[in-house]
Ligand binder design. Structure first.
Ligand SMILES: [Zn+2]
Length: 70
């Protein structure tokens, strides 16, 4: 069985992780944000079905990309 989930796929705050994996911060939903999340906030591990979180620094909606399937 093949999976449609690929490294590099993009997800938004509130969407559920399609697989367990490591996700990397791409950008804030608001392009005018001046927030710069810390390095350790830009790479997170989630279990399948967990919701993608907001930015931990400013709590704004955030875009994540799947960096690694775990
Ligand atoms: Zn932020």
């Amino acid at each position: 069985m093949t999976t449609a989930v690929a490294v590099g796929s993009v997800y938004h705050t509130g969407e559920k992780a399609p697989v367990s994996g490591r996700f990397e911060f791409v950008r804030h939903g608001n392009p005018d944000s001046h927030c710069e999340p810390k390095a350790e906030e830009q790479s997170i591990a989630l279990a399948q079905g967990e919701a993608l979180p907001p930015c931990r620094s400013c709590a704004a909606r955030t875009v994540w990309s799947l960096a690694e399937i775990l």
